[in-house]
Design a protein around this ligand. Structure first.
Ligand code: NAD
Length: 491
């Protein structure tokens, strides 16, 4: 996986306040909820619980800031401020990575080598992208000339999940700021710490007060729904579950907000017999189990061509058994804890369901020996299920994969597409023509051939079907975060 790094043992969990108009503030009624470390099950801090009133204050601050120094700042200065946020994230990398691991249960080597550096890079990337950003111009013979100008959408609500807390939040915030908007962030209730620190980082980088606001809380009847219902919020960018997306769409419809959605997935990993099996297995270990399988892009449905099915399973099971599950701060650990007790119950519930549906568990399915506290689960491989089973159809979002053999290209395409999700897919083959042919028929927004999770931030990122609406990345993010006005001049 990645280079192992020693964790800073001195980093302690923090209590989380809201960040509104450049100040850290408690809830008006003093309400809080507990923050729990998933690796121990113990309370590590408290989090301010916001609702309508705190969201209202944050939205007011964001609206005021739209027309303040932020608006007057030159593009060059804005680029410098946004780049500086990335720089400070890198300067504080180990501290942020430790907080991320305390919150999520993910290994420290993962948060320090992927989550936090990628969060910094999101700011560097979108700041740099802004330099070359243009618009359209069309001449109508000698009659008229059209050109478009770009302006901010306004106040944008950014609602985030818990699996890659700072990475996904910054993936939204960086282009949102680059396009000149102001933001109200609603971090996931399970993972509030790095978002909280981001307020201070933005301030230190020179972001004017009110441009970035953070309100903690839950979804329904809490900060989340208050944000989606607020009449002065112009757009919502949401990453989370498909079912939540449906609720938010209904709430946002009342004020016709612009929406960007990155939702759930049940991604196929299609392995043809002509692929390099050793390479397949090393990457499939990651695409199945990295971050405890809590990545929306994880390939949880593995389809293997029948002639190499047994060989694949033998090697895949053996390598999976070698993955060390345990303390996120132990450098030997490959798989940390699931994010919460509730999620642990949900994932293990699917393992029980797999047994009822006739599945056979080849490895995993249990809490590892000696890890009595925290929400640890062995990486789990299930066979013997078919496309009619719920375990094959529904997103589990944990270290659980199903492996199913196939005989023909047509059959595997049909199975891969037999889902209402359409986020990502991996195809493994050394046959060039087949790679193109199959990729064009798989219903997913992100398709990898002979790899997984390889990302160029300029490319369109997002899902088809019920996995999302719109795309993020490069130009696509700027399209969402800007309003275009066409100006037509008669010559
Ligand atoms: P979730 O939908 O439960 O919560 C996401 C966020 O929405 C949280 O901040 C939550 O408080 C908020 N929320 C919940 N109900 C709300 C409501 N009624 N109104 C407003 N806000 C509300 O998702 P989760 O469990 O945090 O995250 C896991 C899900 O996210 C999985 O389905 C995963 O596939 C998906 N995900 C998708 C992508 C992607 O890029 N497509 C990336 C990461 C995660």
């Amino acid at each position: 996986m990645a280079i192992q790094q020693a964790a800073p043992t001195e980093v302690k969990a923090i209590d989380c306040l809201h960040y509104i108009d450049g100040k850290y503030v408690p809830s008006l009624d003093g309400k809080t909820f507990d923050n729990v470390n998933p690796a121990t099950g113990e309370k590590i801090g408290i989090v301010a619980e916001g609702g309508k009133q705190e969201v209202d204050l944050a939205v007011q601050a964001a609206r005021k800031a739209l027309n303040g120094p932020w608006k007057k700042m030159s593009a060059n200065d804005r680029i410098a401020v946004i780049r500086r946020i990335g720089d400070i994230i890198l300067e504080r990398k180990d501290e942020l990575a430790a907080l991320e691991s305390l919150d999520t249960g993910k290994p420290f080597w993962l948060s320090s080598s992927i989550d936090i550096p990628r969060s910094a890079y999101n700011f560097h990337f979108f700041a740099d992208y802004l330099r070359s950003l243009g618009t359209e111009a069309y001449q109508m013979d000698d009659v008229a000339i059209n050109y478009a100008i770009r302006r901010p959408v306004g106040v944008v609500g950014l609602i985030n999940p818990w699996n890659l807390p700072l990475l996904l939040l910054t993936w939204k915030l960086a282009p949102c700021l680059a396009a000149g908007n102001t933001a109200v962030l609603k971090p996931a209730e399970l993972t509030p710490m790095t978002a909280t620190v981001l307020g201070e980082i933005c301030s230190d980088a020179g972001v004017p007060d009110g441009v970035v606001n953070i309100v903690h809380g839950f979804g329904p009847n809490s900060a989340g729904s208050a944000l989606t219902e607020h009449p002065d919020v112009n757009a919502i960018s949401f990453t989370g579950e498909t079912t939540t997306g449906k609720i938010i769409m209904a709430a946002a419809a009342k004020t016709l907000k612009r929406l960007s959605y990155e939702l759930g997935g049940k991604n196929p990993n299609i392995i043809f017999a002509d692929s390099n099996l050793d390479e397949v297995i090393e990457t499939t270990l990651k695409s199945s189990f990295v971050n405890q399988g809590e990545v929306c892009l994880c390939g949880s449905r593995i389809y293997v061509e029948r002639s190499v099915y047994d060989q694949f399973l033998t090697k895949f099971v053996a390598r999976t058994k070698e993955l060390v599950v345990g303390d996120p701060f132990d450098p030997k650990t490959k798989i940390g804890a699931l994010v919460s007790e509730e999620h642990y119950e949900r994932v293990t519930g699917y393992i029980e369901l797999a047994k009822q549906e006739g599945g056979q568990i080849l490895t995993g399915g249990r809490r590892p020996e000696g890890l009595d506290k925290g929400f640890f689960l062995e990486p789990t491989i299930i066979v013997g299920l078919d496309r009619s089973c719920r375990v094959v159809k529904e997103e589990i979002f944990g270290p659980v994969v199903t492996v199913i053999p196939f005989d023909t290209e047509e059959e595997v395409i049909d199975q891969a597409n037999d889902t209402h999700y359409g986020l990502s897919a991996s195809i493994w083959t050394n046959d060039l023509r087949r790679a193109h042919r199959v990729a064009a028929q798989i219903e997913a927004g992100i398709i990898w051939v002979n790899t997984w999770f390889l990302r160029d931030l300029r490319t369109p990122f997002g899902g088809m079907k019920q996995s999302g609406i719109g795309r993020e990345g490069g130009m696509h993010s700027f399209e969402f975060y800007s309003e275009l006005s066409n100006i037509c001049i008669k010559l």
